[in-house]
Structure formats: C-alpha cells, structure tokens
Design a protein around this ligand. Structure first.
Ligand code: ADP
Ligand code: MG
Length: 273
C-alpha cells in the first residue's frame, strides 16, 4: 500500500543546509498498523510530510497503492500533533469534520451521515455543535481523528498525535486508534517518539536512527491482537520488546546495532481469550 524507497530530504535556504533524513526504505502493507519511532529531530515529521505529498523529497520516492506521490494523495488523511492549530476555531465541531468532505463532491445527506458516524466512532456525538475551544485537548484531538475518519481514507498518517495530552487521555486515545484500526481495516502509519506507545500500538515497529536518519531495524510486535492498557503493558513479552527498541535507539546513537531479539517461543500458539 505504501512504498518508501531511498527517501532523502535536505532543507536548504538562507545559507543553511539541514539533512533531515538520509536514506529511508520501507513498505507498509494494506491494513497494517505500523509505528515509526525515533528521537526528536530525527526527521519523523519530514518523512510524514513527504509521504503525504506536502513536501518534495530531495531523492528517492514514495508510492501509495503503486502511484508515485507528487501531491497530497486523494485516499490519505493526516492527524498532526498540534490539534490546537489543526481545527478552525470559528467553526463548530461538526463543520470542522465536514470540511474536507466538500472536496469529495458528496451530497449533503451523505456528508451528514459520514460526520455523524465519525463523531460517534470517537465518542463525540454530543459535541457536534460545540466550538473546538470549548473542548479539552483530548477531545479536540478526537475531533481531528473524526475528521480524518469521515474522509474515509485508505491510509491514515498520524504524527505524534497524543504527545500534548495527559497520560490518562493518551491511554484512552491509543485504545481508540487500535479499536478503529481493527474495525475499519485502515492502513495506519503512526509516528511517535514514545517507545512504549510504539510497541503497544504497532503490529510492526520501524526504529529510526538519530541523524543521519536511516531505518535502524524493523521489528514485528508478536503481542496478541487484543491489547489493553492493564495487561499488555505488564506482559513479559511487552517488556522484552520495549527494552529491545530502547537498546536499538541507544545503539543507533553509538552506531553499533545490537543483536536481534529472539523470537517469542510462545508466539506460535494462539493467544488466550
Ligand atoms: P522530528 O519530527 O523527528 O522531530 P523533523 O522532521 O521535524 O523531526 O526535523 C528534522 C530536522 O530537520 C531537524 O533538524 C529540524 O530542525 C530540521 N527541519 C525541519 N523542518 C525544517 C525546515 N522547514 N527548514 C529547515 N530545517 C528543518
Ligand atoms: Mg515531529
């Protein structure tokens, strides 16, 4: 579904030259939830902007569904970290969610249906008539997620979407994203600097090195599909995986990758229900 090859981005201007990402190559399958984790400043946002067609790569290319990205792809939605700046304060919640649908040339009735469905999915049916500034940060981010869902994207990009909300809300929003992913079968690329969040959410975690940025390792997360904040985070396998990711990021800073993690001996048996 998503194919990134040899991606390089150098920012140039006013006498400065910043190499944000050096050489990124990875793919994301249709319906997969992949987390990309790396330290602040390693080029995660730059990468997402290139994938979303908002920035032109210096070298390499991005393909979505086989088509080369040269501008925002029609079947893609993005949720950014700064929900405060991504919603229009003078428009009500429902109008904010509806706005991108106007480009899709859908009838008014269908638009209303999509908005209602998306707001229900994120538990905000009652907030449709409120203004964004009347809502808490977590609720505003739910609005941004609803806006992305209403658009019915095949691919959803999320750039540290929960970095600015409190821990309790963050846990709820993480479960919301996993739930929506399982229900709707969307392909999700989720960027975070938080190792635990990456392991908790992802089916696969791509570990980025610090600058010069490359994909340090791709790690399959062999935790059961049913995850919850209480049990998953204290599971021994969760601890092994997050320790491994942490070590890889430390090793990336030193330039010496550590050995691969041994496969979970229990992962061939189906998870208990
Ligand atoms: P991350 O999202 O991982 O924190 P970014 O992609 O935002 O990283 O930034 C990667 C690097 O590129 C940083 O060194 C940052 O200062 C630089 N950078 C980001 N945007 C620009 C820009 N528009 N012009 C120049 N440098 C930039
Ligand atoms: Mg960023």
């Amino acid at each position: 579904m998503l194919d990134v090859s040899g991606l390089k981005k150098v920012y140039e201007g006013s006498g400065r030259r910043v190499e944000a990402v050096r050489d990124l190559t990875f793919t994301v399958d249709a319906g997969e939830l992949v987390c990309l984790v790396g330290p602040s400043g390693c080029g995660k946002t730059t990468l997402l902007k290139c994938v979303g067609g908002l920035l032109t790569p210096t070298a390499g290319e991005v393909r979505v569904g086989g088509r080369r990205v040269t501008g925002p792809p029609p079947d893609m939605a993005v949720v950014f970290q700064e929900y405060g700046r991504s919603l229009f304060p003078w428009k009500r919640v429902g109008e904010n969610v509806e706005l991108p649908l106007k480009q899709k040339r859908l009838g008014a009735a269908r638009r209303r249906e999509l908005v209602a469905d998306a707001l229900e999915s994120v538990g905000l049916t009652d907030a449709a008539g409120a203004y964004p500034w009347q809502l808490s940060g977590g609720m505003q981010q739910r609005v941004a997620i609803a806006r992305a869902l209403a658009y019915e994207p095949e691919v959803l990009l999320m750039d540290e979407p929960f970095a600015a909300v409190d821990a309790q809300t963050r846990a709820e929003l993480e479960d919301l994203v996993r739930g929506l992913w399982r229900q709707r079968g969307i392909t999700i690329l989720f960027v975070t600097h938080d190792i635990d969040e990456a392991v908790y959410l992802g089916e696969r975690v791509l570990i980025l090195s610090s600058s010069p940025t490359v994909v340090q390792e791709q790690l399959k997360i062999d935790l059961p599909a049913d995850r919850d904040q209480l049990h998953t985070r204290v599971a021994p396998r969760f601890a092994e995986l997050r320790t491994h990711v942490y070590e890889q990021i430390q090793a990336a800073k030193r330039g010496t990758p550590v050995d691969r993690l041994t496969k979970d001996p229990t992962s061939d048996t189906p998870p208990p229900h």
